[in-house]
Ligand binder design. Structure first.
Ligand code: HEC
Ligand code: HEC
Length: 429
């Protein structure tokens, strides 16, 4: 075989692409029954009547439209909003291009290191220094009155921004077996000559106290169950206490008593409707017209050849319907089971040189790691990376270092047409 000096660069990576193509073992070998997950932006905001779910069965009396309506509802102080919060509804931060997706909104996390170099959550002052908020790295930018406004001491010198994440299709992500993610991690070293090794972290399941599952949600894989993430978000983004997070962040200015989020006449609390809504969404669709152009197809090939897909895994199959997950508290329904998804993520933590210094549920070494950003729905974004500081795709790719050094180097050394093809592929996601 004759190879030009240029293609030599790709030689080892070509083999790598071949091994991905041949060894479909990189993902759980699709069972015969596995079918493609339904895709579509089908949750137009503030018009739930026209929304289409992935076919998930609703609890008695509930509808997908009602789940979405509650997801879009603005909370009030009387209903438990605050005392500290970031926004008045889920949809404020999860809306682009429709309900449940991501947005340009970021939020703040802070902390510091102790004498041993371990991350410590901040002590944040409110109420003229008379009260503190502790035990979490997130800082709420808003308060229902000045007394509850959070003030960060200068000693909390680790500070980062985190972008809102897409949740469309997350029911399928929740339905991935732990073992599938563990196997992806195990194969990465072999696929990358030892350079890449995704970290699996165990995340607690609030609804199954004492139990954990492989984390897959949030920039730090801090959750494995959607209901747990949602309960956390309702408290920490909006200040609404619920049966899984029953304690207010602060009593300063708090006017409500008891748990804010009470079940409705269907026996469902808001957190149940939110979980039902997210579990009912389809996965973000490809731009099929662009995806089938020669440039995008060439770009997709390059994406695999230079090793991007070692982390940005193209295809994963969910666990079969009937599998008990989330500590036995949720059973994978027909609509989510044995489905092939294309998230372009391994949902594992990596050090690509952009780590934000924060530790959540993982060990201390996760301070410098982030979850591989799923690239489905990428074309809906104009700013990139956890801090949204990359204002072009090229900049986002060039920020990849450390574990992703080799793929990024290949990208740097590509001919302009190859680079353009790769970017065209990314714009079709
Ligand atoms: C102020 C903006 C904001 C609000 C309001 C908000 N979120 Fe989020 N959401 C975020 C951010 C930021 C992240 C990423 C968090 C992180 O890992 O640091 C996120 C992540 C998530 C995720 C994880 C997605 C994934 O695939 O990893 C879920 C699920 C989620 N939010 C659900 C909700 C629900 C339900 C509500 C309403 C109760 C809500 N969010 C309210 C900003 C917000
Ligand atoms: C070692 C694992 C790894 C490899 C290899 C890798 N990435 Fe990433 N990628 C990540 C992580 C982790 C992030 C999130 C980093 C952050 O937000 O700071 C990310 C983020 C991105 C983003 C930003 C997405 C968004 O929504 O903001 C793009 C685009 C991207 N990667 C493309 C690529 C391309 C193209 C390649 C190959 C040249 C590549 N990646 C190789 C792990 C990897």
């Amino acid at each position: 075989m004759l190879i030009s000096p240029r293609s030599k660069v790709f030689l080892c990576s070509c083999l790598l692409a071949a091994s991905i193509a041949l060894g479909t073992g990189f993902v759980r070998v699709a069972a015969k029954s596995a079918t493609e997950a339904p895709a579509g932006f089908n949750t137009p905001s503030f018009n739930g009547q026209h929304s289409i779910s992935n076919g998930i069965v609703e609890p008695a009396g509930d509808t997908f439209a009602l789940d979405q309506q509650i997801y879009e509802e603005n909370e009030t102080v009387a209903g438990g909003l605050g005392p500290v919060y970031n926004a008045t509804s889920c949809v404020t931060c999860h809306q682009n291009p429709n309900s449940g997706a991501a947005s340009q909104i970021t939020e703040l996390r802070v902390g510091h290191k102790d004498a041993n170099g371990n991350f410590v959550n901040p002590t944040v002052f409110i109420n003229d220094g008379k009260n503190t908020i502790t035990g979490r790295s997130i800082v709420n930018d808003r308060a229902i009155g000045p007394q509850a406004q959070e003030h960060i001491p200068a000693t909390e010198n680790i500070r980062t921004l985190r972008a809102a994440l897409n949740t469309l299709g997350d029911g399928f992500v929740e339905a991935i077996d732990d073992q599938t993610l563990i196997e992806i991690a195990e194969q990465q070293a072999q696929l990358s000559e030892g350079r890449i090794h995704g970290e699996v972290v165990q995340a607690p399941i609030f609804e199954a106290p004492g139990q954990t599952r492989v984390g897959r949600f949030g920039w730090k894989d801090q959750h494995s169950s959607l209901l747990s993430f949602i309960a956390d978000a309702y408290l920490n983004e909006m200040g609404i206490t619920n049966r899984l997070r029953p304690t207010e962040v602060t009593q300063v200015l708090n006017t409500t008593t008891g748990i804010n989020d009470q079940p409705d006449n269907l026996g469902l609390a808001d957190i149940d409707h939110f979980a039902q809504f997210i579990r009912g969404t389809m996965v973000p669709p490809r731009d099929t017209a662009l995806a089938t152009t020669p440039a995008a197809l060439r770009g997709q090939q390059l994406f695999h050849q230079i090793g991007c897909s070692v982390c940005h895994v193209q295809s994963i199959t969910t666990a079969p319907a009937g599998t008990a997950i989330d500590g036995g508290m949720f059973t994978v329904p027909e609509a989510l089971g044995d489905k092939i998804i294309h998230p372009f993520s391994d949902f594992l933590l990596h050090d690509i040189g952009t780590g934000d210094g924060i530790v959540q549920v993982g060990p201390q070494d996760t301070a410098n790691k982030l979850r591989t950003a799923p690239l489905w729905g990428l074309r809906t974004k104009a700013r990139f990376m956890h801090d949204l500081r990359s204002l072009s795709l090229t900049d986002a790719i060039l920020r990849h270092e450390e574990e992703a050094h080799e793929p990024a180097r290949h990208f740097r050394e590509m001919e302009p047409e190859e680079r353009e093809a790769l970017l065209t592929f990314l714009r079709s996601l």
